[in-house]
Design a protein around this ligand. Structure first.
Ligand SMILES: [Ca+2]
Length: 500
C-alpha cells in the first residue's frame, strides 16, 4: 500500500494526484524520456483523436537549423529552414525531408496543423510555408482538398507563432485526411527560407474545435513504448485551465566537493539536490511541487534553498543550503507515480526560487529528471486573466500593420506559378481562435481543388466520404472527455530567460 507521510511545516501537505498512473512493473525497463530518438521503431501514438509532435523530436540534417532565440516555443527548440527556396513541388526533395512515424488508434477524419512562424521580415506571404507528405494509407476525403504527394502548407501571420496551416494559393484549403487505425509517416521538407516550425498536430476536427491555448498546452504524444505511463497533464511552461506549469531550469546534485548536473534521472540522497525554478514575480496563487519516482520506495524532504545565485559551475561550498522546511514525501509502490507537494506560495514569492531536496535516510532515491515526461514541475494556480496574458505573450501579438484577414491567403504567384490560380468565388468562415480566414472556391478552375470532381482515390473505392464521416463519428469522444483532455493538456519548455 501507498504510505504517505503528511507533515505540515505550516502549510505543506502531500497528496497523491488523483490521476496517478497504475504502476506496472514492466514499465520500469522503459525510459520515460523525451530524448531525441528515431521514431521508426517507436512511433508517436495518437490518443483520443489527437496527435501532437515536437518538430525537434526527430533528427534533421542539411539546412534545417535547430534554434531557440525566438520566445514562446514549445519543447526544446523550433526548427528553421535555412536552405534555398524550394517553391516547385519537384524541388521538395531538396528540402532535407524529415520523417516522423506515428500510429493512429482512433480511425477518422483528421486535420493537419503546425505551429510555425515567419522569422524574416514582416511580409505575410514570404518565408511562411513548408512541404508535407503523408505515407500511403492516408486517404482523401470527399469535400476536402485532395492531397497527392508533396503538399505545400502555409500560413499568413507575421511576428507571431501561428497554428494556421493551409494549402492551395488563393484558396486556403484545410489539410485533411482520413486515417484508418495503423502506422503512418509524415515527411516535412523545407520550402521557404526562414520558415520556422515548432510542433505539429493531427486532430479529429469533427469532434472538437481547434483551440490555440489547448494545442499549445497539449503535451507531446507519447511514443508507443511510453503509452503505459501517464505523463504530466500539461505541456512544460504552459498556462492552461488556471495552472502555470513550470519545469526546473536547472537541476544539480551537490556533494561535499563536487556539483553534478542531473539529467533524465534525479538523484536524491542524504546530500543536497537543487532545483531552480523561474517563479514569476507577478503570481500570487498557491503552488505545488510535482515529483515522480523511478523506484518503488521514496523518502525525501523539500526545503527552500538559502539563495538563488548559483549555476552548475558554482563551487559546492557556495551552493545553497537548506533553509525553510516545506514538505516531506514518504511512499512505497511509488514507481512512475506523481506526487504533488503543496508549497506555501508566500514563501516562493519572497524571491527565493531554489528548492532543495534531501533524504533523511542513507538510501538513494532516484526521481524522473528534467526533460522527461515525468520531470519535476512547479504547478502554480493562477487566474484566467493571467493565463490569457501569459499565452498572448508566448504567441506574440503580430505586426499591427498587417491585415491578417488578407494575409490568410498566400500570394506568391511569382515564386510559384504552379500553384497560383484565379479565384472565381469565395466564402468566409471563422476559424476558432485563429481569426477570420478567407477561403476561395474555384471548382472549375485549373489546378484547383478537385474534390468536387473526384471520388475517393484510395484503394477502398467503395468507401464514400459519408461513410468515412460516419466511421469517424463512431469513434468519437464525448465533449466532456474533450474538456477533460483540455484541462489535462500542455507544455512549453520553460527557459530561465523566457519567464522574465
Ligand atoms: Ca518545439
Amino acid at each position: 500500500m501507498l504510505a504517505l507521510l503528511i507533515k505540515t511545516g505550516g502549510t505543506s501537505v502531500i497528496k497523491q494526484r488523483l490521476v496517478s498512473i497504475g504502476v506496472s512493473m514492466a514499465i520500469s525497463a522503459i525510459g520515460v524520456s523525451s530524448a531525441l530518438a528515431d521514431s521508426s521503431n517507436d512511433p508517436f501514438t495518437e490518443s483520443n483523436g489527437r496527435l501532437v509532435v515536437e518538430i525537434e523530436s526527430e533528427a534533421a540534417g542539411g539546412d534545417w537549423s535547430a534554434e531557440s532565440s525566438i520566445f514562446g516555443f514549445s519543447g526544446d527548440s523550433y526548427r528553421v529552414w535555412r536552405g534555398q527556396n524550394n517553391f516547385k513541388e519537384s524541388e521538395a526533395v531538396r528540402g532535407n525531408a524529415v520523417t516522423y512515424h506515428f500510429t493512429i488508434t482512433t480511425p477518422g477524419n483528421y486535420e493537419f496543423r503546425w505551429r510555425s512562424r515567419n522569422t524574416i521580415g514582416l511580409d505575410p506571404t514570404e518565408h511562411n510555408d513548408g512541404w508535407i507528405r503523408f505515407s500511403e494509407g492516408a486517404r482523401n476525403i470527399n469535400g476536402e482538398h485532395f492531397l497527392d504527394g508533396w503538399t505545400k502548407a502555409f500560413m499568413g501571420q507575421v511576428a507571431q507563432w501561428s497554428w494556421d496551416a493551409r494549402t492551395v494559393d488563393g484558396q486556403s484549403r484545410k489539410i485533411r485526411q482520413f486515417f484508418a487505425a495503423g502506422d503512418y509517416t509524415i515527411d516535412i521538407s523545407g520550402r521557404s527560407n526562414g520558415h520556422a516550425v515548432d510542433r505539429f498536430a493531427l486532430f479529429q476536427y469533427d469532434n472538437f474545435d481547434f483551440n490555440v491555448a489547448d494545442f499549445d498546452a497539449t503535451p507531446e504524444s507519447p511514443k508507443r513504448s511510453e503509452t503505459a505511463v501517464t505523463g504530466h497533464a500539461q505541456n512544460a511552461g504552459s498556462c492552461f485551465a488556471n495552472v502555470l506549469s513550470i519545469p526546473a531550469s536547472q537541476s544539480v546534485h551537490v556533494s561535499n566537493d563536487s556539483v553534478v548536473n542531473q539529467g533524465n534521472s534525479l538523484l536524491v540522497n542524504d546530500l543536497r539536490t537543487l532545483l531552480k525554478f523561474n517563479y514569476p514575480d507577478d503570481v500570487t496563487g498557491s503552488a505545488s511541487l510535482t515529483l515522480a519516482s523511478q523506484q518503488s520506495d521514496v523518502n525525501l524532504s523539500v526545503y527552500l534553498g538559502s539563495h538563488d545565485n548559483w549555476d552548475s559551475n558554482t563551487a559546492a561550498s557556495d551552493m545553497p543550503v537548506a533553509q525553510t522546511h516545506l514538505a516531506d514525501l514518504t511512499a512505497n509502490n511509488a514507481e512512475n507515480q506523481f506526487f504533488d507537494l503543496s508549497i506555501d506560495a508566500s514563501v516562493l514569492n519572497s524571491g527565493t526560487r531554489t528548492l532543495l531536496l534531501t533524504s533523511p535516510s542513507a538510501s538513494d532515491n532516484t526521481l524522473h529528471g528534467a526533460g522527461t515526461r515525468l520531470e519535476p514541475r512547479l504547478n502554480i494556480n493562477v487566474t484566467t486573466d493571467y493565463c490569457n496574458s501569459y499565452n498572448l505573450q508566448r504567441t506574440g501579438t503580430g505586426d499591427p500593420s498587417t491585415n491578417v484577414d488578407e494575409a490568410e491567403v498566400d500570394e506568391t504567384p511569382a515564386e510559384n506559378p504552379d500553384e497560383s490560380m484565379p479565384a472565381t468565388g469565395s466564402e468566409t468562415g471563422t476559424d476558432t481562435n485563429t481569426g477570420t480566414s478567407t477561403e476561395t472556391e474555384n471548382p472549375s478552375g485549373e489546378n484547383t481543388d478537385t474534390s468536387s470532381q473526384q471520388i475517393d482515390e484510395t484503394s477502398d473505392t467503395s468507401r464514400t466520404s459519408e461513410e468515412i464521416k460516419v466511421s469517424s463519428s463512431g469513434g468519437s469522444i464525448s465533449l466532456i472527455s474533450l474538456l477533460l483532455l483540455g484541462v489535462a493538456g500542455f507544455g512549453f519548455r520553460t527557459r530561465e530567460k523566457q519567464l522574465r
